[in-house]
Design a protein around this ligand. Structure first.
Ligand code: ARG
Length: 481
């Protein structure tokens, strides 16, 4: 190969894509172009691809691989292309394969040889992961904000519903009474774990691969540290082979998204049940319900059903990516192009589900009367009665047995425990005085709780305050970002 200045660039035959080097003597077959293109779905990466390219161009200028005026021309043209895409005026051409080639070709069309310099020290392999990582980092931040809003929606109900006692279930059978806000804060804990997982995944998403080039790095004096700082990455990928291959950050984020989708689905299922005539706990906001085309009386919880149904898609997206990376050898394989449709789908689906869940949580109304009317069914206070006996010296197994007997008697009479006369307790071998009635009935049973994390009103009140503080500082953090 000759050294020295390049005298002229000889345009080849009509080899459409800048990625087809002189090694090709034929143009690509149209069928290949249609099959292999990803522009249909990866064009949504354009802003992030351009951000990566601007940082790359500036770095090339700093290390002397581009002249300052070339850097300026590239940055200006890239910003111009971004505006053109924003305005939907950018021409998409299937033969240009993907978003990276489209933007590069547009640069070449505008700047000629200067445009041909941007790809110095870069491969589409580090380019695509850089754009995807930047895109996903923004998506994670948006999802975290939506989760925080959903938590705030549940928190906003806590004072309003503080005095409502609800049955809680195990095995789908009535178990013990809890305060309504205990339910609301249970959901907050769930979303909080999801947010922690997102934060954790974000640290690995936020890794700079730019400068690892195709798979082995570059012999050019690239300043990777500068690029990483410029793009807000918190660490550098330390092995170029691994960087070219690594899609863990996608699989990992998708597994968090799958969990969020399943958490939403479980909540949706609960509220669908609660809004049935059989339960009658909850009235869903009519603005988010649909009617039936034949049954005039129907008010259907379609949104909740769709949240439940769409969770299946998100689990499928995770599955797609896991199977996609199975058995792939180092380093880049074109298979990876298929990581984007499931990634985009999962982010879009979870984001949309979170968005629509928020007003439903805020606006649904508990049917206090119905709940109160049914509350003494199911002997929700039996366990509290047992603990009341234990506190008075009755061995747990004896108390457990005796309360079972008392429940049996109450069932025979068709009354709740609080309506049993003292004689009924005596017949079951329990020598109790009238103070036993202090813990009978679901609302009183709730008052009797005291352990940390329990549904005791004092505990729940303290947790509401803690959540309020937590989510307020959260708003500050988001506003400062
Ligand atoms: N569209 C491609 C993808 O999403 C970009 C990377 C292409 N790299 C390559 N060596 N062909 O993976």
């Amino acid at each position: 190969m000759s050294s020295g200045p390049i005298i002229a660039w000889h345009e080849g035959a009509s080899l459409a894509s800048p990625s087809r080097s002189g090694v090709f003597s034929v143009a690509a077959d149209g069928r290949l172009e249609r099959y292999a293109q990803s522009i249909e779905f990866d064009r949504r990466l354009y802003r992030h691809d351009i951000r990566g390219s601007i940082a790359h161009a500036r770095m090339l200028g700093r290390v002397g691989l581009l002249r300052p005026e070339e850097v300026d021309a590239l940055v200006e043209a890239l910003q111009d292309i971004e505006r053109e895409i924003d305005r939907d005026e950018f021409p998409w051409r299937i033969e240009l394969e993907d978003i990276h080639m489209h933007i590069e070709q547009a640069l070449i069309d505008r700047l000629g040889d200067v445009g041909r310099k941007l790809h110095t020290g870069r491969s589409r392999n580090d380019q695509v992961t850089t754009a995807t990582r930047l895109w996903l980092r923004d998506a994670i931040d948006r999802l975290d904000e939506r989760l925080a809003s959903l938590q705030r929606a549940f928190l906003s109900r806590c004072d309003r519903d503080f005095d409502v006692v609800l049955p809680a279930y195990t095995h789908f059978q009535r178990a013990q009474p809890v305060l309504a806000p205990h339910y609301w804060l249970a959901y907050c804990e769930r979303w909080e774990r999801d947010r922690e997982r997102l934060r954790d995944a974000r640290r690995r998403v936020n890794t700079c691969t730019l400068g690892t080039a195709a798979l082995a790095g570059s012999s050019l004096p690239l300043d990777r540290e500068w690029v990483a700082r410029e793009l807000g990455f918190e660490r550098l990928a330390e092995n170029s082979l691994d960087a070219s291959f690594d899609r863990d950050f996608i699989a990992e984020t998708l597994s968090v998204l799958a969990l969020i989708a399943l958490h939403l689905s479980g909540w949706a299922e609960e509220w669908i049940l609660w809004s049935t005539v059989e339960y009658g706990f909850l009235r869903l906001p009519a603005a988010f319900c649909t009617g039936s085309s034949i049954m005039p009386q129907k008010i259907n919880p379609d949104v909740l059903e769709l949240i439940r149904g769409k969770s299946g898609r998100v689990v499928g997206d995770l599955q797609s990516v896991l199977v996609l990376i199975k058995g792939l050898p180092l380093a880049y394989n074109r298979d990876f192009q298929e990581d984007k449709p499931p990634l985009f789908d999962a982010v879009d689906t979870v984001e949309a589900s979170l968005e629509i869940a928020i007003p439903i949580v805020e606006e649904a109304e508990l049917d206090r009367e119905r709940i109160a009317r049914g509350l003494e069914q199911g002997y929700l206070d039996a366990t509290t009665l047992m603990e009341w006996l234990i506190a008075r010296g009755v061995p747990q197994r004896r108390a457990h047995h005796a309360v079972g007997e008392i429940v049996q008697r109450a069932m025979e009479r068709g009354v709740p425990l609080k309506e049993l006369p003292l004689e009924a307790f005596a017949e079951a071998g329990l020598d109790v005085d009238a103070s036993v009635y202090d813990v009978l009935g679901a609302p009183r049973a709730v008052e009797a709780f005291r352990t940390r994390g329990s549904t005791s009103p004092t505990q729940v009140r303290a947790r509401i305050d803690a959540w309020r503080k937590r989510l307020e500082t959260d708003t500050d953090r988001q506003q400062n970002r």
